[in-house]
Design a protein around this ligand. Structure first.
Ligand code: ATP
Length: 350
């Protein structure tokens, strides 16, 4: 497997937006670009595909510098949110289209078509027109069409955004299984954190035209390098604190809360200073000993599998907490909380 299969080092300036991206994607990797609307995800895909031209830098795909290489010559497949299928063609016609453009022989085309119709379970729909298909079926055709010419790289721009939640989850599982089976390299754009976490080998979190962090889903979720990443991927409590280094570990003094010691493990920060202490709601625990904060339960929501609540701890700090359903919570109660220390993360304040 080539680790530097796709190397991106580009910048693009629009009148009111600028993007810089430096990124490497490995062969066979399912890589997601995730971030809020307008952060530059689509712009980056357009630069990779050749639909937009970088102002600086270059993109290298499997050893080939793509500068000046036409879109049609890049061996890159696309799947868009709105499918972009040809309405006047049948399912078969759509899947075959790219093969005709690339002048595959009739025999080669027929073989590839049979393979893809079987793979995507589209055999019975082969002669249907696009208007005669459901949303999920259209998305399958779009995927089959993109993969037909055996692209080096598949770009997927919010491919499930127009579909309802259940179908979206099903297609997501299918896409993941297909990618594992066929091993193609994919870059998947989404603003849905759940989708990015569940699908990707690695992902990049973007904000305002910059890549803030790249890593596997568990890495980025549990060790966000930036406050924005902590908030964007899941729910997070971010508490200003100071850190001192002592013989026993890191002495963490949260804003207006009881200090506690955090044992230092391998890569953990050991520089004294100001940090944001990140703790996920599921890692805040109700406690009677070693209480860090005490406060009044404000919002309490029953979620079926447990409760979500907010605790007002004074000093304007409202802590989000997720507890199992075995502990009944009621608004108005006063409760003490501590933290699962192994789940804490200190994020430097830049
Ligand atoms: P969304 O999730 O809403 O699709 P995105 O992260 O994909 O957002 P982009 O479509 O890459 O965001 O847009 C990033 C910014 O670049 C936006 O502010 C957009 O207005 C601007 N932009 C994109 N294309 C152009 C263009 N051709 N000319 C000028 N500005 C552009």
């Amino acid at each position: 497997m080539k680790q530097d299969f796709l190397q991106i080092d580009v910048a693009k300036e629009y009148p009111e937006f600028s993007l810089t991206a430096n990124l490497t994607v490995a062969e066979g990797e399912f890589f997601s670009l995730v971030g809020p609307s307008g952060c530059g995800k689509t712009t980056l895909l357009r630069l990779i595909s050749g639909l937009a031209v970088p102002d600086r830098g270059r993109i290298i795909l499997d050893g080939q510098d793509l500068t000046g290489v036409a879109v049609s010559e890049r061996r890159i497949g696309f799947v868009f949110q709105d499918y972009a299928l040809f309405p006047h063609l049948t399912v078969k016609g759509n899947i075959e289209y790219g093969l005709k453009v690339r002048r595959w022989s009739t025999a080669q085309r027929e073989r590839r078509l049979r393979e893809l119709l079987a793979l995507f379970e589209l055999e019975t729909l082969a002669n249907r027109r696009i208007q005669e298909l459901s949303g999920g079926e259209r998305q399958r055709v779009a995927l089959a069409r993109a993969l037909a010419p055996e692209p080096f790289l598949l770009l997927l721009d919010e491919p499930f955004a127009a579909l309802d939640y259940g179908l979206r989850r099903r297609l997501r599982r299918e896409l993941k299984a297909l990618q594992t089976q066929l091993g193609f390299t994919a870059i998947f754009v989404t603003h849905q954190q759940e989708e990015a976490l569940s699908l990707s080998h690695r992902l990049a979190v973007m904000e305002g035209g910059r890549i803030l962090q790249v890593g596997s889903a568990p890495e980025v979720y549990s060790k966000p390098a930036h406050p924005f990443v902590a908030k964007f991927l899941g729910d997070a409590n971010l508490i200003p604190c100071t850190v001192e280094v002592t013989g026993a570990g890191l002495l963490v003094t949260p804003e207006a809360g009881a200090a506690f010691t955090l044992p230092v493990d391998g890569g953990e920060v050991a520089e004294p200073g100001s940090y944001l202490l990140m703790i996920r709601p599921e890692d805040v625990v109700l406690a009677e000993k070693e209480v860090v904060y005490t406060g009044e339960l404000m919002t309490v929501e029953y979620l079926g599998h447990g409760f979500y609540a907010e605790i007002k701890t004074g000093a304007d700090l409202i802590l989000k907490i997720l507890v199992e359903k075995t502990t009944a919570l009621k608004a108005g109660q006063t409760r003490g909380v501590s933290f699962r220390k192994q789940a804490l993360k200190l994020i430097p304040i830049n």
